[in-house]
Design a protein. Structure first.
Length: 450
């Protein structure tokens, strides 16, 4: 038997008595690795000094806008690859999909190291951006469908830890990148090339653990003592909807808008957290950096706590809380700035970012409630394109609105206030979309004879 055959879906079916609680740690291992994308900013400065090492040489070194496209391309490819390869992930199973994710993500890091060595930014766009971005998309959706099938009694809680790992990947990836660059830095190198190579090897090992530890439940398996309700809760179906029909339903596009608007509001703050704190309250950069780290923790905690709560309250109720409470919190941020209350600002923004993370972790369970589990991974993959859209809209709204206001004489400390009111409006629009969600019409349900 070849080692490659161990990747086949048939080889991953769990034997009787398998402990389903071994699956969340395997999913967490994968998401903690690919979540490194959130910590990419630690490489921004060093990548602009590849030639000069101690300082950037104009005309020879790359600029921040050039480097910034690496991150943007990776996130765009995450959404596109999740949508394109979602059906393939469902067909081949999580083990083979995670293996492919590891190959793409880690080879992207190694190719980026080659790009640094030859000072060719096109290789970084191709490596970290395109190839690595495909790895992000495959690794992000691969565990979700299986987790929901292993935990039909608690689907929100099941997806929470995995999605939490993606949000917390920067807590490992950012310090690791800094330490490796410091270790390899010399008079002729900023250490980025070596850091990429080592990180690719380390992440590959951990993702292989996740791949080979993964199992899928046998057909018809149910947790001991679990009996599905004869009459399911409102918005929870026992039927399945195929991916080709799911995205033709109004429910799919309403949830697409729900995720896009929730993420647009959150990522706008998350992407500018450090600078926003410095501009609004005049704190030093070190404090701004600490604030960004705090938001990362809030992002992680929200992914687990809110998704677990949704098992008790229902997904629609949790998203109503996101949009209503979020709109109020955003509207209060200018008041915190007016009274120069850093404490209030921190409380408001940590709550906002917890709901941003919670939106990511709760959406797979919401999809499962509406469309069933047959093609859940593929449907989730197509819905993730909303994230790609939000990753462009959120930061650009914050950047352009605040820059425009500063250019027209608004004090820097007050430049973000209008953006906060705009985010409140977007969340209220998201509330309308969420309230319009209804059960999927039976005509879309999958029937075995068809």
């Amino acid at each position: 038997m070849s080692s490659y055959s161990l990747l086949d879906r048939e080889r991953t079916i769990a034997p009787p008595g398998f402990n389903r609680w071994l699956i969340p740690p395997a999913a967490l291992a994968v998401h903690l690795c690919i979540g490194e994308i959130y910590g990419f900013s630690v490489f921004n400065g060093p990548l602009t000094r590849i030639v000069g090492v101690d300082h950037s040489i104009e005309g020879r070194d790359w600029t921040i806008p050039q480097v910034g496209w690496i991150y943007s391309i990776a996130l765009i490819m995450l959404g596109l690859s999740a949508a394109i390869f979602g059906r393939w992930v469902e067909r081949v199973g999580p083990r083979k999909a995670i293996y492919a994710s590891a190959c793409c993500f880690c080879s992207g890091l190694w190719l980026s190291g080659l790009g640094v060595a030859h000072h060719d930014i096109r290789l970084l766009y191709l490596g970290y951006g395109v190839v690595g971005g495909i790895g992000l998309g495959l690794g992000y959706i691969a565990p979700v469908s299986s987790l929901v099938k292993w935990f039909p009694d608690r689907p929100g809680m099941a997806t929470g830890p995995a999605i939490m790992g993606f949000g917390g990947g920067a807590l490992i990836g950012a310090p690791l990148g800094v330490e490796l660059m410091g270790y390899f830095k010399s008079s002729s190198s900023v250490g980025v090339k070596e850091a990429f190579v080592v990180m690719g090897g380390v992440y590959f090992a951990f993702m292989m653990f996740g791949a080979y530890a993964f199992r899928v439940p046998a057909p018809g398996w149910r947790p001991e003592g679990f009996v599905p309700a004869v009459k399911p809760k409102k918005l929870v179906t026992h039927a399945d909807v195929s991916v080709d029909l799911a995205w033709k339903t109004p429910q799919f596009w309403l949830l697409w808008a729900v995720l896009c608007l929730n993420v647009t509001a959150g990522i706008g703050v998350l992407g500018q957290a450090s600078l926003m704190c410095q501009d609004m309250f005049g704190v030093p950069a070190a404090v701004g950096g600490g604030f960004a780290g705090l938001l990362s923790l809030s992002n992680m905690a929200g992914r687990f706590l809110w998704s677990t709560t949704s098992d008790l309250t229902g997904r629609k109720a949790v998203y109503c809380a996101f949009f209503l409470l979020g709109a109020v919190l955003y509207a209060l941020v200018p008041m915190a700035q007016k009274y120069h209350s850093v404490g209030l600002f921190v409380v408001l923004t940590t709550l906002i970012i917890s709901m941003y993370g919670g939106g990511f972790a709760t959406i797979p369970a919401f999809l499962r409630d509406l469309f069933g589990t047959m093609h859940l991974g593929a449907i989730h993959g197509r819905l993730i394109t909303a994230w790609s859209m939000a990753a462009v809209l959120g930061p650009q709204l914050v950047n352009y609105v605040s820059t425009y206001r500063i250019a027209h004489g608004v004090p820097r400390a007050e430049a973000y206030n209008a953006t906060m009111y705009l985010m409140s409006g977007l969340l209220l629009l998201g509330l309308v979309c969420n309230l319009l969600v209804r059960p999927v019409d039976e005509r879309f349900h999958h029937r075995a004879e068809s």
